[in-house]
Design a binder for this molecule. Structure first.
Ligand code: FAD
Length: 196
């Protein structure tokens, strides 16, 4: 979307007839995917933290803009719809932050396996929240929200990628749904009255 994170950035890599010596292999044959997955759990919490940071910055931008922008003789901040958007943003940011702390604590105390549903929930919840908050900030900036004068457009583009990178939202929701169904089945089985 025009923001390529230069000078490092993101690129396509093409592996054409690549051979890697066995001595360079990490771990055992056939376990590569599992090995890669072990790094992703913590990475997804870290991505979520980035989403919270971006949303905080967007809220700062929104609050300072609406105090100074005067429309029809009144500062924008005097419109109820603006304070409502600010309140919604604060509530959503704090919800996401609290859930990330909860998930990080679960990973630390019970291990990544016990927190697989929560990590996926965080991966879906945090960028959705960030995109929503940044979008609101852009809306109240009007045309300026799409310019390079504020960081909002770039932040929106980056946060939007998080809904796809490290597993698309749909894949994580599918996982969360499966964990929930398993949990509910176990709950029903445990609460079934014993046969007389
Ligand atoms: C900016 C950016 C940076 C990235 N950085 C990295 C990186 O550092 N390392 C890395 O390994 N990868 C990276 N990626 C790649 C990223 O992980 C993939 O783009 C992502 O996993 C989706 O794969 P895909 O693009 O092949 O889309 P596809 O797998 O083709 O999916 C396309 C769409 O289909 C739908 N979909 C997919 N699966 C399902 C399903 N099971 N159920 C329902 N719907 C589904 C979703 O809507 C999804 O968005 C990056 C991507 C972006 C955009």
């Amino acid at each position: 979307m025009g923001f390529d994170d230069a000078p490092y950035g993101h690129c396509d890599l093409i592996f054409d007839n690549v051979r890697v010596p066995v001595t360079n292999r990490l771990g055992n044959e056939g376990e590569g995917f599992a090995l890669v997955q072990t790094t992703l759990g913590v990475g997804r919490i870290q991505l979520g933290m980035g989403c919270v940071g971006a949303a905080e910055r967007a809220l700062q931008e929104m609050c300072s803009w609406v105090e100074t922008r005067v429309i029809g003789g009144r500062p924008l901040v005097e419109r109820g719809v603006v304070t409502d958007a600010i309140a919604r943003s604060r509530i959503e940011i704090d919800q996401a932050r609290a859930f990330l702390v909860y998930t990080a604590n679960l990973v630390q105390t019970q291990g990544i396996k016990a927190a697989r549903s929560e990590v996926s929930q965080a991966k879906v919840l945090a960028p959705e929240m960030a995109v929503r908050v940044i979008d609101r900030a852009m809306q109240f900036h009007g045309g300026a929200g799409f310019s390079y004068d504020t960081p909002l457009a770039e932040m929106w583009a980056h946060q939007r990628t998080v809904r796809i990178g490290e597993g698309a939202d749909e894949v994580h929701r599918e996982l969360v749904g499966k964990f929930e169904l398993t949990r509910q089945r176990a709950f029903r089985a445990a609460s079934k009255p014993a046969a007389q």
